[in-house]
Write a protein that binds this ligand. Structure first.
Ligand code: ZN
Length: 260
């Protein structure tokens, strides 16, 4: 990344740093921070102690860097600038303007799609597991299954999670509640030649009973459970009657040959 950058002429070096940063390979998760946000010192409170050569780094980000220095120093400042950009990014993306920019990227699935089959390629959002830098890399959150995934590419997998923070993805769905899809009861049921595998069938039956109890309680309290199609009691009874689950352990060895 440095090489691409260093090969540019000096006049290009100080121009449009953010454009360059955003369009660099591996930086697809970042949105462009507004000039107005960067020049309001109030937004950057406390960051001067987090970053080496803070002022030079900020000058670089805002395209006013004019220090005459050697390559080594320039590289150090460049590295600081990237770190500073990330730290400001975490603050910026929870502002109204920042959320709107990240929403655009989310809609284009710039952060990738959920790998879970039943999520049907639902777009993901970047998230940090901690707000402290240099602790944990960025992860991806799926609002549909409410689970967290590793980025597919190692370039993305190496990005500091603190550049997105622990709150951004949750704030996004609070500000734009229409983005939260209805809950679906779709899930994988393990089967062997069409028969439900006994142990997991028992677990699924138990889970379904728990869920129906919960739904009944919520209905009594007149609270919407958020499930797309509420599981009717009929379905559950049907599950209960299904006694043809395959119990591998209870089977005679001979019986296994039928399956083989
Ligand atoms: Zn998912």
């Amino acid at each position: 990344m440095m090489d691409e950058f260093a090969s540019e002429s000096d006049s290009d070096y100080t121009s449009y740093w953010r454009d360059w940063f955003i369009s660099s390979r591996g930086n697809e998760y970042f949105c462009e921070i507004d000039e107005d946000y960067l020049t309001d010192r109030f937004n950057l409170t406390g960051l001067n102690t987090e970053v080496q050569y803070y002022q030079y780094a900020l000058d670089l980000i805002t395209d006013v860097f004019d220090l005459d220095c050697d390559d080594e120093m320039r590289e150090t400042i460049e590295k600081s600038a990237r770190h500073l950009y990330g730290l400001i990014h975490a603050r910026y993306i929870v502002t109204t303007r920042g959320l709107a920019k990240m929403l655009d990227k989310y809609k284009k699935a710039d952060f990738g799609k959920c790998p879970r089959v039943f999520c049907h390629s639902h777009p993901l959002l970047p998230m940090g597991q901690t707000d402290i830098p240099h602790q944990k890399p960025v992860k991806l959150y799926c609002v549909r299954c409410e689970d967290v995934y590793n980025p597919k590419s190692s370039r993305h997998g190496a990005i500091d999670g603190a550049y997105f923070g622990t709150s951004f993805h949750n704030i996004m769905f609070q500000v734009y509640p229409a983005l939260v899809p209805p809950k679906s009861a779709d899930r994988y049921v393990p089967r062997v030649y069409g028969f439900k595998v006994h142990a997991s069938a028992a677990l699924i039956r138990w889970q379904n009973n728990q869920r129906s109890d919960m739904l009944r309680r919520l209905r009594k309290l007149e609270i919407d459970s958020g499930f797309k199609e509420e599981i009717g009691d009929e379905d559950l009874e049907e599950e209960d009657e299904e006694e043809e689950d395959l119990d591998l352990e209870a089977m005679e060895p001979d019986a296994m040959h039928v399956l083989g």
